[in-house]
Design a protein around this ligand. Sequence first.
Ligand code: CUA
Length: 288
Amino acid sequence: MRFRFSRVQLLAVTLLGLAISGAQAEIRQTSVWWLPRNVTMFGHEIDFIFYVILVLTGVTAVAVFSVMIYFIVKYRAKPGVSAVHSHGNNTLEVIWTGIPVFIFLALAIYGNEQWTQMRLKTPPADALPVAVIGEQFGWNVRYPGADGKLAKMTAASVTKENPFGVDSADPAGLDDFTTYGELVFPVDRPIRLYLGSKDVIHAFYVPEFRLYQDMVPGRIYDFVWLKAEQTGQFQLACNQLCGQGHYKMFGKLSVVPESEYEAWAKGKAPQPTAAKATSTVPVVMAGR
Ligand code: CUA
């Protein structure tokens, strides 16, 4: 028996495929064809240098190809006309080597300065520390409790049962709370990330944050920080091929007003032990 698809059937399958992929991409709220909106402080500089490079290379490409096509046509082989041999022009060589050198140096110096601000300067002291440890295939997230401090983490102590590598006796960690794949960041407040991995290399990537950082097992990076300037719902996507389930390694990330963050964190905080856990709030039964 032979299967043959008509063009209409193929078109239907293609459209269905596009519809499904479109449905999965719904989390991307803005600008599917261009850069997603930027919501972080450092994103402005990253976008700026992106546009500078785009314009420089774009103008150069158009100029070079135009001249090249013009010369190809103008000096095409013609019967009875012999080729002219040129040995170059030193002045021109110096000019068109010197200008790119100057541009590249300027870009490198500017880029290096921005990188220093982003990754090498100590994050602000009032930053909210949040630990994110990748695993096949999800995100372990740890927040500080009321003390604003995370338990001390050591990469060497990371195990299957202890993804954050914390010392359970550390008092700073007693009020920490954890989530799986759910992150909430307060807007306009610096966030200091502690990034690590339980198994293989993963990557913390949020396009709207213009933030990408590999997470390498055996290390906990504490130098990545950011400040979101707009609220919204985003997707934390692992951006390092990490195994068969890589494609579904998503996290839900919201940036919300500080008060909303406080309320969320309160709801997630570990419950006090039995004696204090008895609620005095009457239980309301649903229905009838
Ligand atoms: Cu984790 Cu890809």
